[in-house]
Structures are given as structure tokens and as C-alpha cells.
Design a protein around this ligand. Structure first.
Ligand SMILES: *Cc1c(COP(=O)(O)O)cnc(C)c1O
Length: 391
């Protein structure tokens, strides 16, 4: 029915899911699958996480929406907790990831004009080859994915693209009118692409040296997926702006935000940016519970441990059906060897074996099970991948 009545903007695997619990989903025929996409990491805490559900239910019964025309009693505590988690001192809440990215772009430009002194309409922002930051007209303007970008022009100007992982190229691209560098610390849609060791630290020092904001889109990489709260933590780097989404809503509700120091976020004044639903009481309650869970550190530890198990299991497949495996925490990108199945075919075979995963860019698949998955289920996943490559 979705295919009959919905626009075909996705090409789903032929499974109709009707129930989810933890790392598992069940289809309408009662067949169970291990969910190794986890809503592109929106479901880091699993389907129907009891703690998040309880918090959401309680808030649903109390207050759901006020608009930002009035204060509500959940946004402040959520904002404070998120500031503690990020080490920043202000947040701007939105709903979807793309909106948070847009917010970061707007804040960067305004900061450039008001603080850095860039002449009107001259600001530029450096972005990365292979980026994925969402689907708005401005964001697709600086995408290099033809499917995402073609026939959506005229495009928003003011962006320049450099090679991901190449600090020299970044330095060369920055000029007096550059206000920000926008990057994913690990490129998720790109296929879990991990930049060379030390790159994030170099980006940080280039930004410091040249007076440019470092904006880290951690919508997919953040919130415990990589074994640390944020992927930048692996290099002990603090960006000027964090862009968060996906798991911030616990897989229940769209919750996104940017966080930054006040000296940056204070460029936003009443009326200059906003959202009807951004920071609503239900979103703030769920987001606050997510942050509280992250402060306890259990999910980061699980991602590190289970990621090690996953990597150990996948490593022997390199040269045996896979060309490469990239793992950081419980997050893996697998490149299928030429002559093997396409990414899509491999996902179809995995589905027959009770595993749901998603291909990206032809011959790559991404594995990102919920962080509540059991160690024995990682073995199940690895076995199914080996078997499906063999088939
Ligand atoms: C998913 C994603 C987005 C966009 O989030 P939406 O909620 O789909 O708008 C932006 N950046 C990254 C890195 C993402 O993975």
C-alpha cells in the first residue's frame, strides 16, 4: 500500500514490520529479524526502550506542546543536561537532523557577519566530498551525490568542497570569508568512512588558527554509537558547534539540536530563527532521558565491547568476499568485493537469514545494530554475513 499511495522516494527491502522490541523487529507474518540498521542509528537504545517509553508516556499525559511563545518546564532541564554532556553552554532545539544542520549553517553565517566581520553576503562554508547532511534545498546544494542533488537547482551558493580526510586541502580552501568547516567526524551515509588518525585534531587547529568555526555533524556518529559519547571524543576534540539528531529522540520522536558556546549562539536573537515544534515538552522530556542515559556511560561501553566482537568476526571476511571492513564502536561499513553480490543483493540475502541491513553507494553495506544487542546476536550477524557472501 505504501508503494501504491506513497511517492517512491525509498526502495525498501520487501519486509513489512509491525512490531519491535530491543534489537529485534517482527513482520506482519510473525517472522523475526535482527535490526542492524536501527533507524540509521536513531534507535541506538533499541526499539521500545522501557525507560524512554515510560518518560514519553508520562509526558504525553501531562503536556506536549506549548510553542516557544511561552516557556515550558521541560526544555530548560533538557538544555542544561545537554550542555553538560557536550561541554557547551547553550543549545538551539529543532526537530529533524536537516533542520539542525540548517540551524548550524545560519548560526555560522550570522557569526561570520557579526563577530568575524565578513562583508555582507560574502561568507563561505567548507564542506567535505562524500558528505551527507540531509535533504533540504540548501543542504543538497553542497552534496556530491547526483541522486540527492540533480534537478533541484538553482542551488544555494556559498559552499566549497574539499577532499575528506585531507587537512592540507582544507587549509588551502579556507580564506578570509570562510566562517565554518562542516564535517561528519565519520561519514555514515558515505559508508562509515573513518578519516585518518589525527585528522580531526588537525581540523580543530586549522579552525583555531584561521578563526573559523568547526561544526561537527554528529547526527549519526554521536550519542554512543562509536563507543564514545561523540565520535570526536576519539581524538579529544571539541568542535565549536555540535549538530545532533537521530538518537537524541530515542527512536520515538524527532528531536534535534545544535549546541555551542554562548559567545557563538548569542548571535541568534528573538525572531531570527525558530520552529513551531522545536524544543516542545515531549521532545525535551525524551531528549532529557536520552542524555541522562548517556551520562551513565553504559551504552558507550557496550558499543566499544560489542564493536570489538563485531570487528573480530568480520575481519576474516576481508579477502573472502569483502574488500574492506571499517569498524568504529558498534558501527561497520563493509565493501563487497567486485564479482560478489551488490550491496542490495547482500541485504536481500541477509534478510532471508533474519538480518535487516541497508546498502549504500552500490557495493557497501552498513551495520549498526541497536546498542542493546546481545553479544550472542553479534555472532549470529557475523555468521549470516559470511553465509550470505558465500551463497
Ligand atoms: C540522517 C542525517 C542527517 C539528516 O537527518 P534527518 O533527520 O533525516 O533530516 C544529517 N546528517 C547526518 C550525518 C545524518 O546521518
Amino acid at each position: 500500500m505504501t508503494e501504491r499511495y506513497g511517492a517512491h522516494n525509498y526502495h525498501p527491502l520487501p519486509v513489512v514490520i509491525s512490531h519491535g522490541e530491543g534489537a529485534w523487529v517482527t513482520d506482519v507474518e510473525g517472522k523475526r529479524y535482527l535490526d542492524c540498521l536501527a533507524g540509521y542509528s536513531a534507535l541506538n537504545f533499541g526499539h521500545g526502550n522501557p525507560r524512554l517509553l515510560q518518560r514519553a508516556h508520562a509526558q504525553l499525559d501531562r503536556l506536549t506542546l506549548t510553542s516557544r511563545a511561552f516557556f515550558n518546564d521541560t526544555l530548560g532541564p533538557f538544555a542544561q543536561a545537554l550542555c553538560e554532556l557536550t561541554g557547551h553552554d547553550a543549545i538551539l532545539p529543532m526537530n529533524t537532523g536537516a533542520e539542525a544542520v540548517e540551524t548550524a549553517l545560519k548560526v555560522s553565517r550570522k557569526w561570520g557577519y557579526r563577530v568575524k566581520g565578513v562583508p555582507e553576503d560574502q561568507a563561505n562554508i567548507v564542506v567535505m566530498e562524500g558528505n551527507f547532511h540531509g535533504r533540504t534545498t540548501t543542504i543538497v546544494s553542497f552534496s556530491d551525490d547526483k541522486d540527492a542533488r540533480d534537478e533541484y537547482g538553482p542551488y544555494t551558493p556559498g559552499f566549497r568542497t574539499v577532499r575528506y580526510g585531507d587537512a592540507d586541502a582544507l587549509r588551502a580552501a579556507v580564506d578570509d570569508f570562510t566562517v565554518a568547516v562542516l564535517l561528519e567526524p565519520i561519514q555514515g551515509e558515505g559508508g562509515v568512512v573513518i578519516p585518518p588518525e589525527g585528522y580531526l585534531r588537525e581540523v580543530r587547529s586549522i579552525c583555531d588558527e584561521l578563526g573559523v568555526l568547526m561544526v561537527a555533524d554528529e547526527i549519526q556518529s554521536g550519542l554512543a554509537r562509536t563507543g564514545r559519547t561523540f565520535a570526536v571524543d576519539h581524538e579529544d576534540v571539541r568542535p565549536d558547534v555540535f549538530v545532533l539528531g537521530k538518537a537524541l529522540g530515542g527512536g520515538i520522536y524527532p528531536v534535534s539540536a545544535i549546541t555551542a558556546p554562548t559567545r557563538i549562539l548569542e548571535v541568534i536573537t528573538p525572531g531570527t530563527h525558530g520552529s513551531t515544534f522545536g524544543g516542545n515538552p515531549l521532545a525535551a522530556a525524551i531528549g532529557h532521558e536520552v542524555v541522562t542515559m548517556l551520562q551513565e556511560g553504559e551504552f558507550q561501553a557496550r558499543a566499544t565491547h560489542l564493536g570489538g566482537v563485531l570487528e573480530e568476526g568480520l575481519r576474516p571476511l576481508v579477502g573472502n568476499g569483502l574488500d574492506a571492513v571499517r569498524v568504529r564502536g558498534l558501527w561497520a561499513g563493509l565493501d563487497v568485493s567486485p564479482g560478489g553480490p551488490t550491496g542490495r543483493q547482500l541485504c536481500e540475502r541477509l534478510m532471508e537469514r533474519g538480518i535487516l541491513a541497508k546498502d549504500t553507494h552500490g557495493s557497501t553495506i552498513r551495520l549498526a545494530p541497536p546498542l542493546v544487542v546481545a553479544e550472542s546476536e553479534i555472532a549470529l550477524l557475523v555468521g549470516a554475513v559470511a553465509d550470505a557472501l558465500d551463497a
